[in-house]
Ligand binder design. Structure first.
Ligand SMILES: Nc1ncnc2c1ncn2[C@@H]1O[C@H](COP(=O)(O)OP(=O)(O)OP(=O)(O)O)[C@@H](O)[C@H]1O
Length: 496
């Protein structure tokens, strides 16, 4: 039987810049294939060809269900009609629509005499959700869904109106911002769909997902296919080796931490109320990495946003080095040496139209003057964070997602942060970049800074943090320290 998707000699270029070369890939019916690679290795670019955003170079041959695709097929509508569907990391659901309406946008509204039949609309959507045991009410507003439910709704939309045994689902880091537990739940649904014949191409940086859910996986490096693993031969260190062309050094781990000063609460928050916050109190000392976790909407992201001046607290006090400060907007936070890195790097971080150097040095622009210092600083950060490409004059908007994240992190590191607030900084970054981020945090800690980091991956927090604060209903409900800092304890406290 022929493969569902067969790609041979795929080349993809941006102008004269060849980003993908000679890529060969086959996916059989009902197979789940992982696509791995460092940030900037060409994964998204490949997905963009299969979803009709990019055109392949001439000489590339792509066959889907036995049909060789021609130039006219490479547009989003035609490929979707053929049964190639994609789910991205951010679910573009309109908050004011119900789940049933969001599904109907893609497959049509049931109508009689031009009037939408709401009962039928809801019943049909509920049937689709129930078919995959997705715990979502079809009549609920999309805006009321948790992150995990949103992701599962997007999955349902992607599968709407297709025959699984003729289709290909592409997961483009679909689980990157989900907590580990929700991601597993999600991928179990994907596996069920694969049992029904759906073919799946899964782009992810979480190697454990590939180990647990993929039948095979390919590794891209600099746009070339450098290794292939079966479920049996899959080995995390061999994969990472193939991704980076060398080994990854492991940096920070909390056992190395000697910097924390006991009792010196350099950041102290008391009775903080505000959007999503119901009286948060916490302290963090110089030289500490404080982990923040909790279900979405529980206050973990919200407290970082309030401290960073993105949202305004309505009540409560924030003190730094024993002095009360007022943080109403990002500028106030920055003036006190408090820097916030959002999980939404596009909306709240980088300026797409500016260069990498501009983005790195943005908050310090007025201090540079005419000397070469600006270039020296930006080169140093490009090197420290392993930004690719290394040319500081390229547009920030042309960097891959993971490389954008490294630049935004580098921007704050250049300012020697006193307090660094990071909201899920490793979502969508490859293992090498993750280690570069951890190494940078270790430096901040060693120089007496304080880091508050939210992560959806309990294993990361267990490895990195001196203390982990668990949030629920807008409050800190538990503090884990010392021997409690294990993946299991953190997961239990977060989800139980
Ligand atoms: N519009 C563009 N113009 C020029 N170069 C681009 C453009 N988009 C991407 N690139 C370059 O193509 C290369 C591959 O990027 P791509 O986004 O495919 O990487 P990726 O493997 O998906 O990375 P990540 O894991 O960070 O998302 C990168 O070097 C990137 O800088």
């Amino acid at each position: 039987m022929s493969a569902r998707l067969a790609v041979s000699n795929l080349g993809i270029s941006y102008g004269a810049y060849r980003v993908v070369r000679d890529l060969n890939l086959e996916i059989g019916g009902g197979e789940i294939v992982g696509l791995l690679g460092s940030n900037g290795s060409g994964k998204s670019t490949t997905v963009k060809v299969l979803t009709g955003i990019n055109q392949p170079d001439s000489g590339s041959v792509i066959t889907f269900n036995g049909d060789v695709l021609g130039a006219r097929d490479f547009n989003a509508v035609a490929l979707r009609r053929r049964g190639i569907r994609v789910v991205h990391q951010e679910s573009p659901l309109v908050d004011d629509l119900t789940v049933a309406e969001a599904i109907a946008i893609h497959i049509g509204f049931p109508k009689k005499f031009g009037v939408v039949r709401v009962r039928e609309l809801n019943a049909r959507a509920q049937q689709m959700l129930d078919d995959f045991e997705i715990p979502v009410d079809a009549a609920a507003l999309c805006g009321s869904l948790t992150a995990g439910q949103r992701a599962l709704t997007s999955f349902t939309i992607a599968l709407a109106g297709i025959q699984p045994d003729k289709a290909l689902l592409i997961l483009d880091e679909a689980t990157a911002s989900l907590p580990t537990r929700d991601a597993e739940r999600y991928l179990r649904r994907v596996r069920e769909a694969a049992r029904r014949g759906l073919s799946v191409l899964m782009v992810t940086h979480r190697l454990s997902e590939v180990r647990d859910f993929c039948d095979r996986s390919l590794v891209l490096r600099n746009g070339e296919n450098v290794a292939e693993f079966t479920a049996e031969s899959f080995d995390e260190s061999a994969v990472v080796h193939a991704m980076v062309g060398g080994s990854v050094e492991l940096y920070a781990s909390r056992h190395e931490n000697a910097g924390a000063r006991d009792g010196a609460a350099d950041l102290s928050v008391s009775g903080l109320f505000g959007p999503g916050l119901e009286g948060v109190s916490l302290t963090a000392s110089s030289g500490q990495i404080v982990g923040i976790t909790g279900l979405s909407g529980g206050g973990a992201s919200e407290v970082l946003r309030a401290l960073g001046g993105i949202e305004q607290a309505s009540q409560g006090t924030i003190s730094i080095d024993g002095r009360e400060v007022v943080i109403r907007e990002p500028r106030d936070a920055i003036d006190h040496g408090v820097y916030y890195l959002s999980s939404d790097r596009i909306a709240e971080g980088g300026v797409m139209e500016l260069t990498v150097e501009d983005n790195l040095t943005l908050p310090k622009t007025e201090r540079y003057g005419w000397g070469a210092k600006r270039g020296v600083d930006s080169d140093r950060m490009i090197d420290q964070m392993g930004v690719h490409p290394t040319d500081p004059s390229v547009g920030f908007g042309s960097l891959s997602g993971g490389n954008q994240q490294k630049v935004l992190m580098g921007r704050w590191l250049l300012l020697d942060p006193k307090i660094l607030l990071l909201d899920d900084p490793t979502a969508g970054v490859d293992p090498n970049a993750r280690e570069a981020i951890f190494a940078a945090l270790e430096k901040v800690r060693a120089s007496g800074g304080t880091v508050l980091i939210r992560s959806t991956e309990p294993a990361q927090l267990a490895r990195l943090c001196d203390v982990v604060l668990v949030f629920r209903d807008g409050q800190v409900i538990q503090e884990l320290r010392g021997s409690e800092l294990t993946t299991e304890e953190i997961s239990l406290a977060t989800y139980a």
